[in-house]
Design a protein around this ligand. Structure first.
Ligand code: SF4
Length: 372
């Protein structure tokens, strides 16, 4: 099997007891696979008393908001006692994610984990991907090899675009929007040639600047209204913790100040733009590949833009609130919280689909917020 992922994929290691926001304390349902459940049943030492089972699916029941097997040092007592081969697949793999296409596999680490977020952000501006071989058997699910190749090639072009030093963050976000709109107009989900054509167009940076320029510029008032509308959509998601609704409320209440101070923020914290691009690369790497299986391109491009944009708005807010303490630690925390609360929310995909149905997330609005 050929595996493709970020260069630093193999550098990820859970930091366990040093983790400030342990995934075993997030209140998530933790699924136990059949083999692991059978093993726990066979050793019969009370483990299954903490696992709900309907005969088909098995979940660890959270106790006091955390996994009951987490010990006082923040480590997994099951792993310590029985070894990594006897913890559930999800626990062994988190926050890694995979996708399979025959003899090809894609591998990455999710931003919902602070150590993974640190890796992505530390590589900001120089994220690259590589291929390595494993002895796993090929996946037998059918896929369109021509579409996979076209999407992967177009994705490489988008990686270069998002890390291109000749474009501003605003230009990059607008370029992603134009890419998505063109893919939609061309019916790209059925035609690999469309992705080939888009890859050709978007690999020409002068052409990209020209296309972005055609979108024109908005007034400050139009930008603020568009930001307000998009934030209203974020308010409709289900959140696990109060930190996120609180952040949205604070961004809304200081919207004028945030948009007015965006330029000063960029001057004071020039590294942030590259960090946000790292978030964009992550999103494109993880989700754009779904277009090889027929997914619509536009919602994926919009989600990539909004992920960068929202974290930028939050960054500016944090900087305005306390300039001294804004830095890489605050940024890692913001990226991780965003991923946990938005990327991993049950109704997020419905939010991105609103690009077709809700005027607050129309292409016109997205183009405007990209100007902040
Ligand atoms: S969030 Fe990441 S670093 Fe923290 S305990 Fe989970 S896997 Fe380990």
């Amino acid at each position: 099997m050929k595996v493709y992922g970020p260069d630093f994929f193999k550098d990820f290691h859970c930091i366990g007891s040093s983790c400030l926001d342990n995934c075993c304390r997030m209140g998530w349902d933790i699924e136990i696979d059949d083999d692991t459940y059978s093993y726990y049943s066979s050793i019969g030492n009370g483990i299954c008393g903490h696992i709900s089972s309907d005969g088909k699916e098995h979940y660890i029941m959270q106790e006091n908001g955390q996994c009951p097997f987490l010990n006082e040092k923040g480590l997994c007592s099951l792993l310590l006692e029985y070894g990594e081969q006897h913890i559930s697949q999800i626990c062994a793999q988190h926050p890694r994610f995979y996708q399979w296409f025959g003899s090809n596999k894609e591998a990455g680490t999710g931003l919902c984990c602070e150590e993974s977020a640190r890796l992505w952000l530390e590589h900001a501006g120089k994220i690259s991907f590589c291929e390595w071989e494993t002895d796993e058997e090929d996946d037998d699910l059918a896929f369109d090899a021509q579409m996979l190749e076209a999407v992967r090639n177009a994705r490489e072009v988008l990686f270069d675009l998002v890390q291109c030093d000749e474009l501003t963050l605003s230009q990059k976000m607008k370029a992603l929007l134009i890419f998505g709109l063109n893919a939609q107009d061309m019916g790209a989900e059925d035609e690999p040639e469309c992705y080939d054509e888009l890859a050709h167009i978007f690999s020409d940076i002068e052409k990209v600047k020209e296309l972005v320029g055609q979108l024109g510029e908005s007034t400050q008032e139009e930008i603020t209204v568009a930001c307000f509308d998009v934030l209203s959509c974020f308010e409709e998601l289900d959140y696990m913790k109060g930190v996120f609704p609180g952040a949205i409320g604070r961004i809304k209440s200081r919207l004028d100040s945030i948009t007015a101070n965006a330029g000063a923020f960029d001057k004071a914290c020039p590294e942030v733009s590259k960090q946000l691009c790292a978030v964009g690369i992550y999103n494109i790497f993880r989700y754009f590949i779904e277009c090889a299986s027929g997914a619509q391109c536009l919602p994926i491009m919009v989600s990539s833009i909004l992920n960068m944009w929202f974290i930028r708005m939050w960054d500016i807010l944090m900087w305005l609130e306390d300039r001294e303490s804004f830095g890489i630690t605050a940024q890692i925390n913001a990226v991780k919280e965003y991923s946990k609360e938005v990327e991993y929310s049950d109704n997020t995909s419905a939010l991105w689909e609103c690009v077709y149905t809700d005027s607050r997330l129309s292409a016109d609005r997205i183009a405007k917020i990209a100007e902040v």
